[in-house]
Design a protein around this ligand. Structure first.
Ligand code: NAD
Length: 495
């Protein structure tokens, strides 16, 4: 059995002898064990990150960029290996896993521009013979704590930019699919990154708490569920750390009566059921506006029944299993709750039986109609292949639903009316908004982040927000001796 360890100071190791099992979600079998790091492992990671950081900070941005460029090439060469590691432990289809690695790779490409991205501002003669400029300097040691659903992409939202900015990094990946993080770190070393700049520390809450309390760690990036995001935000603030904590979601896709219904249904299919609904940008609510509702529900139902639910090893699979037995039970309980609450079940994915994979964690595509805003299945994040259709009389009612929801990650509108679309993009209280696109995930050179209960902190991930999060601003004001007037001054200088 393969034991997955830490990656510290350029080598794979661990002190702890405590391991938990990692499963293949398609058949429920144990495929490896991952170490639960202890205090000694944590201390090793801190020493390694601390010892390497100053030299790394003093490495010119151009040299850092060249290492990132090598890293980009290595990820491209290893994309199949990385995607397989993701699919094997997560269960998502191979093409979907590849797509997620590419979205991470794009952040590396963005970070290759670090010499330009770190350029500061300069003003000549802010006072007579006085110049002033601003620069961005690294924070020191940064840490990232990441969720199970994107074991490559989400860590890659963080560490390429943190490291490009001159920080060292400690990644605490999800214990449910930990292998990919080690491969990502090994490839970075191969690309020329000095030992100790990138470290991977496996574990659970125990090691996350050590990260939150440690005085040498300056900033924490978190992506995961909202209750944990809140905890990370509060604890980081208590320990005076910079923090960005991204949480859960309940993304609404509004379908207007004038929408191209085929495009809307196609969009909903991938967004609701792709990756078995285990995406923070998954569409879990379709808001059917006016008289389009019956047609929309019928068409979603027809298309959802055509989806092929199968393990990642089947090239024709549209969606795989969910991550664990516990999560499958949780999703099925939500489906039962929806029925109890009076929502109309159109497709029921409970007790999904896939021949040859009876012990896998499969849930079939599930569709509810006539969901109301009081229902638990509407209020809470289910994080599975469950789509709720809620009917709204008109656009105003649809927008109010979007804005009144506690989560604010993503939303989208399907319409052929430019005025409605403009009103929606302006007035939706949501971090990422789409028009006639189902999942409006920003590219690496823009920034990713929600509002309300979907993000705690001031910065989104990657893009310029990432550069700002992983650096602190310094402003310098200078004049040279010959221009200095004689004697002290006791009044505020003005020009
Ligand atoms: P999770 O919150 O259970 O775990 C996330 C990370 O936190 C893991 O590394 C885990 O080990 C650690 N952790 C778990 N409980 C902890 C605790 N009590 N104290 C400290 N650390 C703890 O999330 P998950 O189940 O791995 O991922 C799914 C969730 O992530 C969903 O809610 C999804 O919406 C969210 N997510 C959000 C985004 C986004 O960008 N907003 C992106 C991806 C996933």
């Amino acid at each position: 059995m393969n034991n997955i360890l830490n990656y510290i100071n350029g080598s794979v190791k661990s002190h702890s002898k405590d391991f938990i099992e990692v499963y293949d979600p398609s058949n429920g079998e144990v495929i490896s064990k991952v170490v639960m790091s202890n205090k000694d492992d944590f201390n090793d990671a801190i020493i390694s990150a601390k010892n390497s950081q100053i030299d790394w900070q003093n490495t010119t941005p151009l040299k850092r960029s060249r290492i990132l460029s090598n890293y980009k090439n290595l990820i491209e060469e290893n994309i199949d290996v990385l995607a397989k590691l993701v699919s094997k432990e997560h269960g998502k289809t191979l093409d979907d896993a590849k797509g997620s690695v590419v979205r991470g790779l794009e952040v590396v490409e963005f970070a290759c521009g670090i010499p330009s991205l770190l350029k500061g501002e300069f003003s000549q003669n802010v006072g007579t013979n006085i110049d002033s400029w601003s620069i961005r300097q690294p924070l020191g040691i940064c840490a990232g704590v990441t969720p199970f659903n994107f074991p490559a992409m989400v860590p890659m939202w963080m560490f390429p930019i943190a490291i490009a900015c001159g920080n060292s990094f400690i990644l605490k990946p999800s214990e449910k699919d930990p292998s990919c993080s080690i491969k990502l770190a090994e490839l970075f070393t191969k690309a020329g990154l000095p030992d100790g700049v990138m470290n991977v520390l496996q574990g659970d809450k125990f090691v996350v708490d050590l990260i939150l309390q440690d005085k040498d760690i300056s900033a924490v990036s978190f992506v995961g569920s909202t209750p944990v995001a809140k905890y990370i935000y509060e604890e980081s603030a208590k320990n005076l750390k910079r923090v960005q904590a991204l949480g859960g979601a309940k993304n609404h896709l509004v379908v207007m009566p004038d929408a191209n219904i085929k495009q809307a249904v196609d969009g909903i299919m991938g967004a609701a059921y792709g990756s078995a609904g285990e995406r923070c940008m998954a569409v879990s609510v379709a808001v059917a506006v006016g008289d389009i509702a019956d047609d929309l529900v019928d068409k979603i139902c027809i298309e959802a029944q055509k989806l092929k639910v199968a393990p990642w090893t089947d090239n024709d699979s549209d969606m795989g299993p969910v991550i664990s037995k516990e999560h499958k039970n949780k999703i099925e309980n939500y489906i039962s709750k929806g029925i109890e609450e009076g929502a109309k079940i159109i497709l029921d994915g409970r007790n999904y039986n896939l021949q040859g994979y009876e012990n896998g964690y499969f849930v079939g595509p599930t569709l509810f109609d006539n969901v109301t805003k009081e229902m638990v299945i509407y209020k809470e994040e289910i994080f599975g292949p469950v789509l709720s259709v809620i009917r709204a009389k008109n656009y105003d009612e649809a927008l109010k639903l979007v804005n009144d929801h506690a989560f604010g990650n993503g939303t989208s509108i399907y319409t052929s009316d430019g005025e409605v679309s403009r009103h929606f993009t302006t007035n939706a209280k949501i971090g990422m908004v789409g028009v006639n696109v189902p999942i409006p995930v920003p590219m690496a050179f823009h920034s990713f982040g929600g509002w309300k209960q979907s993000l705690f902190g001031d910065h989104s991930m990657h893009g310029n927000e990432g550069i700002h999060f992983y650096t602190k601003l310094k402003t310098i004001t200078s004049r040279w001796p010959k221009s200095i007037q004689d004697g002290p001054e006791f009044i505020m200088p003005t020009n």
